[in-house]
Structures are given as C-alpha cells and as structure tokens.
Ligand binder design. Structure first.
Ligand SMILES: CC(C)(COP(=O)(O)OP(=O)(O)OC[C@H]1O[C@@H](n2cnc3c(N)ncnc32)[C@H](O)[C@@H]1OP(=O)(O)O)[C@@H](O)C(=O)NCCC(=O)NCCS
Length: 219
C-alpha cells in the first residue's frame, strides 16, 4: 500500500493547478489521474500519469490507494463535482484538503466540519496566494482559487468555486454549488444563494437569490 498516494479525478487545467500545489508542497509521492477524455499513459507536469477513467477507481482502491481529489474545474453551477465526489466516496476514498504552501489560512478557519489543525480533510482546494482570514468557514469540496481573498467570518458552501482574484469582504455568505467569476468583489455582509453564477469582474452590492445569474455592478 502506498500511504503517500493520491488519485486526481479530472486531468484538465484545474488539475494542473492542483497538481502544482501537490508538487510544491511535496504532499504525495505517487500521483495518479483519471480522465475519460485523456489517453491512459499521458503524463502531466512530468509527475502524474493518467491511468484510466472513473471505472479505474475501483482497481486503485483494490491496490490500497485511499486518497482522492476532485480536479474537474467548473466555471458555472454544475453537478459534476458533487457527482464525482459521491461516486468516489462510496467506493471508499478519503478526500484530503490540498492547501498550497503559498496560501495563508488563519488557524481559526473551519474547513468542512474540521478545524485547520485537525487536518481531517474535506476535499477543499486552496490555491497560491489565497488568503482565508479569521473565523471563516469553508464548505467541503470547494475551490478557493489563486489569489482570492476570503475575509473574516465568511461562510462558503460546499462545492462552490471562488475563482481567481475574487475578494469577499467580511461576513459574506455564499451558498452551495455557486460560481463567483474571476476578479469579482462582494461587499461585506452580502448573502449569495446556491447555484448562483456571478460573471467575471462583477461588483456585488446586494444579496443574490438561489439560481440567479448576474454580471457587472449588481445593485
Ligand atoms: C458571465 C458569463 C458566464 C457569460 O457567459 P455567456 O453566457 O457565454 O455570455 P456571453 O459571453 O455570450 O455574453 C452575453 C452578454 O453579457 C456580457 N457579459 C458577459 N460576461 C460579462 C461579465 N463578466 N461582465 C459584464 N458583462 C458580461 C457580454 O458582453 C454580452 O453582452 P451583449 O449581449 O451586450 O453582447 C461569462 O462571460 C463569465 O464572466 N464567466 C466567468 C469566467 C471566469 O471567471 N473564469 C474564471 C476561471 S478560474
């Protein structure tokens, strides 16, 4: 059994970001990728090999590999990350949190249902130069992408993607399976629902309801 092994589900662009964090942090020795659209044997970033598709996961479990991570990226509300997570969790995989060494995460932050110190893992990704400040709560399997800022006491729902360069001011709440586009800023105390899409570079000054799609200055 490889104790320092992990399988990444999805071999596209977001996978490269996550893989780079795994490499920079020297987090795992053996790194496998499954992706139905990339030929088996393809090597990504000179470090991780595509070994098959979703059906290959069962044989990886049988080989003793227990860690998995969802590396399919989404740029809109989508069930795909939830579906893959559920499938792999039912097979018995555990989902660590992967936090880039260049991210800053307050020790008071709750990741999933655990404190940072417990390090149990809920499949959360925190990218390079991201900052998560005091008493924020981050939902499982969410993406806190490169250089985003999650200010104090924000609450982020599960399977939500806070994309690159987003700024959430203090006490913002974001629902599950929501996507906040690159460079957007959300005013303090705003509540954003679930399955919301906020376009790139938006400025959100009012609450946003479940399922809404908004762009630009939202007031
Ligand atoms: C909002 C978004 C999803 C819309 O995509 P779409 O449905 O394909 O829409 P279109 O590109 O056809 O644009 C429709 C209209 O909205 C405008 N628009 C699109 N995105 C906008 C944005 N972010 N802000 C302001 N206006 C925007 C377009 O100019 C266009 O206007 P028009 O009808 O007057 O010509 C997309 O533009 C976007 O912002 N995606 C987020 C990208 C991102 O953050 N990626 C980060 C990955 S980590």
């Amino acid at each position: 059994m490889y104790t320092r092994s992990i399988v990444l589900l999805g071999g596209g662009g977001h996978c490269k970001s996550v893989l780079d964090t795994v490499i920079r942090g020297n987090l795992y020795d053996k790194i496998y990728i499954t992706d139905p659209h990339i030929p088996a044997g393809t090597v990504i970033l000179d470090r991780a090999t595509v070994v098959g598709n979703d059906e290959t996961l069962l044989s990886l479990i049988e080989k003793g590999i227990r860690n998995a991570f969802i590396t399919v990226g989404v740029i809109e509300p989508s069930p795909i990350r939830y579906d893959l997570y559920t499938y792999a969790a039912e097979l018995g995989f555990h989902f660590p949190d992967l936090i880039d060494p260049g991210a800053i995460v307050s020790s008071s932050v709750i990741l999933g249902e655990n404190t940072v110190k417990e390090k149990k893992g809920e499949g959360i990704f925190v990218g390079k130069a991201a900052v998560i400040n005091a008493d924020a709560v981050i939902g499982k399997c969410s993406i806190i992408n490169t250089a985003s800022v999650i200010e104090h006491e924000c609450v982020i729902g599960a399977f939500t993607h806070i994309s690159v360069g987003v700024i959430l001011c203090g006490q913002v709440a974001v629902g599950c399976n929501t996507f906040i586009g690159a460079g957007s800023t959300v005013r303090q105390g705003i509540k954003i629902g679930r399955n919301v899409l906020i376009g790139a570079n938006s400025l959100v000054l009012r609450d946003v309801k479940d399922g809404e799609k908004v762009v630009g200055v939202v007031k």
